[in-house]
Every structure is written in structure tokens, then in C-alpha cells.
Design a protein around this ligand. Structure first.
Ligand SMILES: C[S@@+](CC[C@H](N)C(=O)[O-])C[C@H]1O[C@@H](n2cnc3c(N)ncnc32)[C@H](O)[C@@H]1O
Length: 215
């Protein structure tokens, strides 16, 4: 059964929900990334958000912390209602350089024109795809980023004995990323990571077209 992602977003309306707490961390990481990510000589940056939802992690942060409107953001979201919400929010926040695409973020063709990016967000992705897809997606991130580019990601703790975020962190380490930050609250099941590409950017290389599909 296809999950109701509009309904999933309702947890954001409860201020002390795990999802709301996760949002605070993701936004804090993005604020930091905006000061630490590389930029073009003119100061411009490209950001890609995969499975962007209604964009509430990215859009308010750009409105507050990118006053020069230097970030060109592509938000890829499959659900038309959530994508439309993100478009409306971008308009309300006066963010003309935000391009919300109603499309499949598992296919890199959806945002290939924004590659190589300075920032990539994969929040709410790795917990919804298989480990092989997560491994393939992380292995392709050096193809999507400039050298020194930053990825912000999340992963749920789940109920098993092993914390699956360990595998995500290992995949990043194996693919030329240094961990800049990692949060794992003792009283919540979300994890948020921020990693910088310190290995070579391989944006001249052709990455696989299909990175993942939601399970
Ligand atoms: C767990 S939510 C995360 C939303 C947002 N990134 C956040 O953290 O608030 C997953 C989102 O991925 C979207 N989605 C699922 N499969 C997708 C795909 N193949 N391409 C783009 N978006 C997809 C869903 O509609 C949903 O909005």
C-alpha cells in the first residue's frame, strides 16, 4: 500500500513530536552548512533536496539565512499536493530561486541540470529504501556534488538490535565523505548526519540513472 505522505507530515504540527525535534536538528545543520559549504566564485550555490516533502526543512532556512538569495534550490518531490505546498511556501517566503519539481527523486534525470550541487539533502529517504539502494545512492553522491560539497541526511533508529544509521555512516565513509556532525538523541529514534565530500568529486562521471525506489 502506498503511504499517505501528506498525513505523515501532520506530525510536524505537534511541537514536541520526534519529527518536529528532528526538523530542528536538520535546520540547524543546514544553517551551519550554508556557512561551510563551498560556493561558486560569485557566491552562488546549488542545493538539491531529494524527496523534499513540503520543503519545510529547507525553505524557512533559506528565507532567514540566505538574504542575498545566493542559493538555487531544486526540490524533487513525487506527491503533487506536497510539491504544491512547497511551491506556495517558496512564493510566500519570497524565494524566487526555488524550483519545486513534481517528480521522481530516485531518477537523477529529475535534477541533473542542478548537478554538481554544493548541498544535497536526503532527509526521510534512507529509512524508506533498501540497504542496497541506500548504498547505491550514497555511492552516487560524489557524482552529484562539487568537491567539498555537503550532504544532510536522516535515518530512523528502528526497533531492531542494530542501529541502521551505522550502516549509513559507514557507506558515507567508504565513499570519500568526512562526518561533520551526527546527532542521536538518547530519548528519540531519529538520527541526523552531515557529511562533507573530501574525496574527489566525480561530477564528470556519469552516475547510474536510477538511485532508489521507495520500498
Ligand atoms: C519521509 S518523507 C520526507 C519528507 C521531507 N524530506 C522531510 O524530511 O520532511 C518522504 C517523502 O518522499 C516522497 N517520495 C517518495 N518516493 C519518492 C520519489 N521516488 N521521488 C520523490 N519523492 C518521493 C514522499 O511523497 C514524501 O514526501
Amino acid at each position: 500500500m502506498v503511504k499517505d505522505w501528506v498525513r505523515w507530515h501532520q506530525d510536524y504540527e505537534t511541537p514536541d513530536s520526534s519529527l518536529s525535534r528532528r526538523l530542528v536538528v536538520v535546520q540547524e545543520f543546514l544553517v551551519r552548512a550554508l556557512t561551510e559549504a563551498p560556493a561558486e566564485p560569485g557566491g552562488q550555490r546549488r542545493l538539491i533536496s531529494l524527496c523534499a516533502g513540503d520543503g519545510r526543512d529547507v525553505l524557512p532556512v533559506l528565507a532567514r539565512h540566505d538574504s542575498g538569495r545566493t542559493v538555487r534550490a531544486v526540490l524533487a518531490e513525487l506527491d503533487p499536493a506536497l510539491a504544491e505546498r512547497a511551491r506556495t511556501t517558496a512564493g510566500e517566503l519570497n524565494l524566487p530561486h526555488v524550483d519545486v519539481r513534481t517528480g521522481d527523486a530516485g531518477l537523477i534525470d529529475t535534477y541533473l541540470d542542478a548537478v554538481p550541487a554544493h548541498l544535497v539533502m536526503t532527509c526521510g529517504v534512507f529509512g524508506n529504501i533498501g540497504d542496497e539502494d541506500a548504498r547505491r545512492t550514497i555511492a552516487a553522491l560524489p557524482d552529484l556534488l562539487v568537491a567539498g560539497g555537503i550532504v544532510i541526511w536522516t535515518r530512523g533508529r528502528g526497533n531492531g538490535s542494530a542501529d541502521p544509521s551505522s550502516r549509513v555512516r559507514a557507506h558515507f565513509a567508504e565513499n570519500g565523505f568526512k562526518e561533520l556532525a551526527f546527532t542521536q538523541p538518547t530519548d528519540a529514534r531519529f538520527r541526523v548526519g552531515m557529511n562533507r565530500l573530501v574525496g574527489d568529486s566525480s561530477s564528470a562521471r556519469q552516475p547510474p540513472r536510477r538511485l532508489f525506489a521507495f520500498a
